[in-house]
Design a protein around this ligand. Structure first.
Ligand code: ATP
Length: 283
């Protein structure tokens, strides 16, 4: 029996860096929401005790470096399972884009294996496993809209944003979040207005939400890749109600209330940027 899991991408409505930790990582605080741009994960049990991955991507390895492989390996090890699994990844989320594509795949594998092997492991326990794989994995297990704290292991649900559309534009570069985090100087951080984002979500107020979006990593990525600033500018000029870089970038998204306008902005952006999408916000 095959198990199918949808692995949606996320965008950051806010991203703050609160402090540097003694272990070298940073304490972060970010509000994330899911969008209707997703990889598809298919799990099939294998007769032999091994993990296989098949995917068609020039940019993502299909061996133990793949986060989906690591998720399966951690799951098997933690629960002492001596069965094998074949993981098919249909990749639709752009890679190294700030949209948590790898984390979404890993989260989908953890949830899918729980079903494939009828384990009935609680979401709370899956979150702990996810945290060991990467900062964005616990959020991807819960999905919807949430504030994420610590090193990603604390996920508190928030109301979804009002229904709207998201136009995504990714310049033809990949950004490694590790490189961006290395450049952080705490005293230079411009903190986003996280409390305002939460208030706007609780009030279900689209306009307020658009005015409170913020990402502390944006200036660092823009310094290295000025095209990110340009894309923000063009998206706003084209009529997006707000535009912000997601994660450590380089993808910039614009929020748009109505589909017709989103499609129009999408068509305009296609002449300016190579990879452009317009999708529904899932929240
Ligand atoms: P990060 O913030 O970790 O950079 P991202 O959302 O910007 O995340 P991803 O698409 O997750 O970017 O890819 C980051 C790196 O992870 C890439 O170098 C990629 O090769 C590697 N990777 C490993 N497994 C996967 C996977 N299943 N899907 C995408 N990338 C993967």
């Amino acid at each position: 029996m095959a198990i199918f899991e949808k692995a949606p991408a996320k965008i950051n409505l806010s991203l703050d860096v609160l402090s540097k930790r003694s272990d070298g990582y940073h304490n972060i605080e970010m509000i994330m929401t899911t969008i209707d741009l997703a990889d598809r994960i298919i799990l099939n049990e294998l007769a032999e005790d091994r993990i296989e991955i098949s995917l068609e991507s020039r940019y993502v390895p299909s061996d133990e470096r793949n986060l989906a492989y690591q998720a399966a390996s951690l799951f098997k090890q933690t629960y002492g399972i001596h069965k094998g699994v074949h993981i098919t990844i249909e990749k639709n989320i752009p890679v190294s884009a700030g949209l948590a594509g790898g984390s979404a795949d890993a989260a989908a594998v953890l949830k899918g294996l729980n079903r494939l092997w009828s384990m009935q492991i609680s979401e709370e326990e899956l979150l702990k496993l996810g945290a060991a794989l990467g900062t964005d994995v616990p959020f991807c297990i819960c999905g919807q809209t949430a504030i994420v704290k610590g090193r990603g292991e604390i996920v508190e649900p928030l109301p979804s944003p009002p229904p709207c559309w998201v136009v995504l534009a990714k310049p033809d570069i990949g950004v490694s979040s590790r490189t961006i985090f290395k450049q952080i100087v705490m005293r230079d951080i411009v903190h986003p207005q996280t409390a305002k984002v939460i208030k706007a979500l609780k009030e279900n107020n689209f306009e307020k939400l658009c005015h409170s979006l913020g990402n502390a990593l944006e200036p660092l990525t823009i310094k290295q890749h000025p095209e990110v600033q340009q894309i923000k500018h063009v998206l706003k000029q084209a009529g997006a109600a707000a535009a912000l870089m997601s994660g450590s970038g380089p993808t910039v998204y614009g929020l748009v209330e109505h589909e017709r306008k989103a499609r129009k902005i999408y068509n305009g952006m296609r002449g300016f940027c190579e990879e452009v999408y317009y999708v529904r916000l899932l929240g």
